[in-house]
Design a protein around this ligand. Structure first.
Ligand SMILES: NC(=O)c1ccc[n+]([C@@H]2O[C@H](COP(=O)([O-])OP(=O)(O)OC[C@H]3O[C@@H](n4cnc5c(N)ncnc54)[C@H](OP(=O)(O)O)[C@@H]3O)[C@@H](O)[C@H]2O)c1
Length: 333
């Protein structure tokens, strides 16, 4: 099979450590070229990962006619600018989350996608992991009775002032970085959009980025809440409550590529003695994401997360920031 040639915008840590090795394992793509602002960084990364071509500017990568799709893991504030540049160069784009920092920017991308016919997607890899597909199926099949409530937590500790997560102008802060995950997975499981949200956001006085947040979302058929923090002990968990049972996704977001993942299906006892363990064969959610993206480009299937979904997620994130400021419930519109 003719494998798709990926080009990579930057030597971002997530690319070098997770996504590029995952693409290299994929059945329908190869990492063909990587670009960095510095020639040395680009060639070091290329030799480290055996990538055939390296460029010392992002534009040179976009100008390479061999490159068919771009993976964009730039800092958040550069996602839209470089996704548009890549599309103008005729490339499909898989862009890291959050795709944009403003709603109207996603509308621009949708317009350009419709004009060009290119495939563009926000890289929410969790949406391709079998554990989330299984959780959604179990809920739909009534295994926990009627779905009513979702609770989540996502935290890590990182107070490095030079890290993009702690730089306000780069789109730093916990909601953009990790709060987006409980939002997307709650929407995925409810299969609905929240009507309104309330939130408490605490900002780091030095960096101005949100460092600890608690959010409530009212959905048409239930409620979801989560807390997230960039300055707490690392933890992640999602719990999905129905009238007859509960699903617990043990490692909901950073599912490891070398260990089996587990979901607990509890039929409801306080002491957690009666539960069914659903485990999943080892898989790499970044590989699944890349393969799905390429299959969509090739017209073999169309199950990548579309830009319309990124738009709906963004509406919720915007309402969370608004509610944090106003101290009131804010409609998601
Ligand atoms: N899906 C996931 O699991 C996941 C996990 C972590 C992060 N992410 C997302 O991936 C993106 C990158 O995160 P990361 O932690 O990997 O970032 P990072 O290591 O800081 O890398 C960002 C890269 O962007 C380039 N860059 C261009 N302009 C820059 C500027 N003004 N400041 C800093 N870097 C600049 C640099 O590459 P060059 O020097 O090579 O040009 C830098 O290495 C973010 O959008 C983040 O939300 C996703």
């Amino acid at each position: 099979m003719n494998k798709l040639k990926w080009g990579v915008l930057s030597t971002a840590n997530i690319g070098l450590t997770k996504v590029l090795p995952a693409i290299q394992k994929s059945e329908n793509g190869v990492v063909y070229a990587i670009a960095s602002r510095s020639e040395r960084t680009a060639s070091d990364a290329a030799s480290h990962l055996s990538i055939p071509v390296s460029y010392s500017s992002y534009q040179e990568l976009l100008d390479d006619p061999e490159v068919e799709a771009i993976y964009n893991p730039l800092p958040n504030h550069l996602h839209v600018e470089w996704t548009i540049k890549a599309m103008m160069a005729g490339k499909h784009v898989l862009c890291e989350k959050p795709l944009a920092l403003k709603l109207e920017d996603i509308n621009k991308l949708i317009e350009l996608r419709d004009k060009t016919g290119l495939t563009v997607s926000e890289a929410f890899m969790v949406r391709y992991h079998p554990q989330w597909l299984t959780a959604r199926k179990a809920v739909r099949e009534g295994n926990i009775g009627l779905l009513r409530n979702i609770q989540g937590f996502f935290s890590y500790y990182n107070d490095d002032k030079n890290n993009i997560r702690n730089i306000k102008e780069a789109g730093g802060g916990g909601i953009w970085d990790i709060g987006c995950y409980p939002v997307t997975t709650s929407r995925f499981i409810f299969d609905e959009e929240p009507l309104r949200v309330a939130s408490i956001l605490e900002y780091d006085p030095e960096t101005g980025t949100d460092r600890m947040s608690s959010v409530m979302m009212e959905f048409p058929s239930g409620q979801a809440s989560f807390s997230c923090s960039t300055q707490l002990s690392p933890y992640q968990r999602m719990q999905i409550f129905g009238t007859k049972g509960r699903l617990e996704v043990e490692i909901p977001f950073n599912a490891p590529a070398d260990k089996a993942c587990r979901i607990f299906l509890s039929k409801g006892d306080f002491y957690f003695e009666d539960y069914e363990l659903i485990d999943f064969p080892v898989c790499d959610q970044y590989t699944l994401q890349a393969e799905s993206f390429v299959r969509t480009i090739r017209g073999e299937q169309d199950n990548h997360v579309p830009l319309e979904d990124a738009l709906r997620n963004m509406k919720v994130l915007e309402a969370i920031f608004k509610a944090g400021k106003s101290g009131k419930w804010e409609d998601v519109c």
